[in-house]
Design a protein around this ligand. Structure first.
Ligand code: ZN
Length: 186
């Protein structure tokens, strides 16, 4: 007698959660079949599960994240480049400190930095399609307190150069990471 309500609930759940997504799933299946990926998924489902589910995603380390970042420096020998090198060095130190800090020490982690830049807090099984560009923002007004922002689609972070000490970089990043869990520039 209890089975009937359970079945009814299951049908309702399927209808409300799955039905609106059927068209989207079919469209994705069509796209995957164009290059034979759908057939491969059906034949080797256990092998490819890690590629198409969160099973194959892993937490990033500070070393991996730093390795992904490519600073877009100004021309050699300019004052702008010196400012850029300095702020970028402090950012690298901050990211490294997050890796080895006690979890509660900063209230943010390397995963939060990665989510701020890429929109995901884990590394996809096949990695990212490209490096993370770090662009530097010059020309702010005196005493500007603008925060770093990111374009998650372009994998680009915009870093203001007016933070020239480790403390200032750490403070503004912690503030940005705590308050900006969503997206900056899409
Ligand atoms: Zn600014």
């Amino acid at each position: 007698m209890i089975i009937l309500p359970i079945l009814a609930c299951r049908s309702l759940l399927l209808k409300s959660f799955l039905e609106p997504k059927i068209a989207m799933i079919e469209q994705m299946a069509q796209g995957l079949s164009l290059f034979g990926v759908l057939d491969m998924m059906r034949k080797h489902s256990s092998l490819l599960a890690s590629v198409f589910t969160f099973e194959g995603w892993h937490d990033i380390t500070s070393e991996e994240l730093i390795h992904l970042m490519v600073p877009q420096y100004s021309d050699e020998g300019t004052k702008m480049k010196n400012l850029e090198i300095n702020v970028f060095k402090h950012l690298m130190d901050f990211i490294t400190s997050l890796q080895y800090a006690e979890p509660k020490e900063h209230g943010v982690s390397v995963k939060d930095v990665m989510k701020f830049i890429t929109g995901t807090n884990k590394v996809p099984p096949l990695g990212f399609p490209k490096h993370i560009n770090v662009s530097f923002l010059h020309g702010c007004k005196e005493n500007c307190r603008c925060r770093p922002t990111s374009s998650t689609c372009e994998l680009t972070m915009y870093l203001p150069v007016h933070y020239q000490s480790y403390g200032a970089v750490a403070d503004i990043f912690m503030s940005a990471l705590r308050d900006c869990q969503g997206f900056g520039k899409i």
